[in-house]
Each structure stands twice: as C-alpha cells, then as structure tokens.
Design a binder for this molecule. Sequence first.
Ligand code: ASP
Ligand code: MG
Length: 403
Amino acid sequence: MLKVLKFGGTSVGTLERISNVAQIIKKIKDEGHDVIAIVSAMSGETNKLIEYAEYYSKTPEPRELDMLLSSGERVTSALLSIALNSLGYKTTSMTGREAGILTTDSHTKAKIEDIDTTKMRNALNEGNIIIVAGFQGVTKDGSRVTTLGRGGSDLSAVAIAGAIKADVCEIYTDVDGIYTTDPRIEPKAKKLEKISYDEMLELASLGAKVLQNRSVEMAKKLNVNLVSRSSFTPEVEGTLITNEEEIMEKPIVSGIALDRNQVRVGMYGVIDKPGVASKIFTALADANINVDMIVQTRGLDGTTDLDFTVPTNELEICKKVMEQFKAEAKNIDYNEAICKVSIVGVGMKSNTGVASKAFTALANENINIRIISTSEIKISMIIDEKYAELAVRSLHDAYNLDK
Ligand code: ASP
Ligand code: MG
C-alpha cells in the first residue's frame, strides 16, 4: 500500500518525539508499504516565528511572512529525514515546491491549485521514504513560496494523498481518534471506529483540534480515506473517516457536539412586512458574519420576533451592523450565556423519532430549548449555557452512545 502519514506539531515537538515518529515510519515501511510523511513545524514554532516578525511590524509583508513561516516545516522534514537515515533508511525530504504543490499567490492563505507528483513518484520508485514539509507550496509560476493558512499541513497531506492516489491518509496527533462526545464532559464517551465525512464536518467542535475542517472537506471531495490516530499510542487503531457508503451499519446518532461560542441575537416587535429579513441578513452577510440558526415567531399586534445566533467573536461587528435596524424593532438584545448542542448521525435520514428523543431527554432535566434547527443529519438546539454539560451527558445517555 501507499500510505500518506501526517504528523502534527506535538508529534514532532521535541527531538525525542521526532525519533518516535521515525520509529512509527520504520515499522510501516518494514511491513512493506510505501510511505510519504508530511510534517508540521515543531509545536509552538510557527507562533514563535510570527512573534519574531511582529517585533518589527504588526503588519509584516505577507510574502515575507511566508518565507519565514515555511521554514518551520522545513526544519522538521530535514530532521525526520536525518533520523530515518540514521536507522538505515533511504529518504528524501522535500519542500512544498519540490513536492510539486502549486498554489494561488494569496500569501499566508494560498489555495492548492494542482500537484505535480512527478518528483514524488520518482523518489518512491527509487525506494525512498519521502518526508514533505507541510503547510506550504509555491506559486504556479514557480516564483515564490506560499503557505496555506494556519493548520494547513493537514491540507497538504490530504491533497498529496488525493493527487498520488494513496490508499490511506493517516493524521497523527496527540488524541487517538474521534469520540462520541468530548470525554472531558462525558467520561463514558467512546471512540468511533468509522464516521462519514459529513458527520465529521458537523462534529467539528469535537474534532477541531484533531482535523482541520478544510482538510476534511478536501478529503470528501477527493475521496481520500482519512484516519485520525495518535503518535503517542501508535498501536491503537484510531477512527476512519470515509464515504457514507463505506459504513455498513449506519448508527442513527454518531455523536453529540457542543459549541459554546454562539451568541443569541433577539429582535422583538419587528414590523411584519416583506423585505425586513432580507435587509437584515444581507447586511450581516455583507459584514461577513456567520449567521447560524434563525427563527421567526409571531409577536404581538402584527409584529414578529426574530432570533438568530452568531459566533461570539463576531458579536462586536454584529452589534455595529444591527445599529441601523434599531428603528425596525421595539427591542434588540444579545444573550451570550447560551450554547448549541447538536446530535449528529447519518442514520437520522431514514429513522423517525430521533428528534423527539432529544427533546424528551432535555425536558427530563428541565432544560428549556430556545431555538431548534435540523438538517438531514443533524439536530441543533440552543439552550442556556449553564446546562451545557448536563445536556451533553443526558443526550449521550438517551442515544446509548456509551454502549
Ligand atoms: N505549522 C502550521 C501552523 O501551526 C501548520 C500546521 O501545523 O498545520 O499553523
Ligand atoms: Mg497543527
């Protein structure tokens, strides 16, 4: 098999950790697989380089920043390569450019446009283990190094796995997979064996530290089998993130996600006439505000009440935008003490009674649901933040996720 392996910052955080990664690769190579490993910078390194740049300027030139930041991954790729050589293995380290990663020229947030796999294929044919510096590429005209945005080495790995048609792309971090919910909230949370791309994207709040969202989207698009596993316990299998069709027994509910970073905006006594919602949400969209859940209910005397949620870190801009609509409503208020709990599962599509079970579980705990929204594979509820953990635990229980 051809395996693409990606090792994140903590996995290569010290020289000993890099030796540990060399041992993981050695074992896979010894089993007869071809290996391309993508590495992040040593943990904390990218932040340190940004601080260095900011010593001179709060707004460093993006193209110079890319030159600087791409060095972190170069260091690890060379060190890992040298470590493997010392174990007697033939390797070649590659920068993003050498690996053929061609990107747009939007520095510090470049998009991968194409991957020329010729050099990687040749190196594999010569029996090399390839170590690629993640998070970077080169502009299509070959003129300048670029980086892919924070956390971008996951993206490098998935893109390479897709382009070279690897059998699997294993993402090594310091957690051993994706759990039914955050084990710090519910110690009975279980590790999932398999999960679909769409569920993974919906459970982002559980997996955010584990897999970059953009890379999951790309894995779905390129049909790359992803495995989330730990370099600290490499003997543990991890979670396979794959196509829905690959999952034979589709659980009705796979996991419970919690998002504390939501604010509820309430507009009360909005004049009930066509075009109001359109005006408000167009203005919010123009300000790049991510409106998540929206409900409109009938208020008093021909008015309506409009509730919606926005991410906490966008609240200040949201308040500014809402200034202009003051006259449209009797009152506008903002409630930060809320959170969003979501139940996610592909099996929901073909099962009834899933939602009512959630509502009952929360009702039994006397938790009031303020907003509900549903999609094919998700039910989200806005509740008071003080009930966040209780809600997660009771939902986890209601769907028997510990079994
Ligand atoms: N080193 C980069 C960062 O810290 C890329 C990565 O780790 O994926 O954002
Ligand atoms: Mg990272």
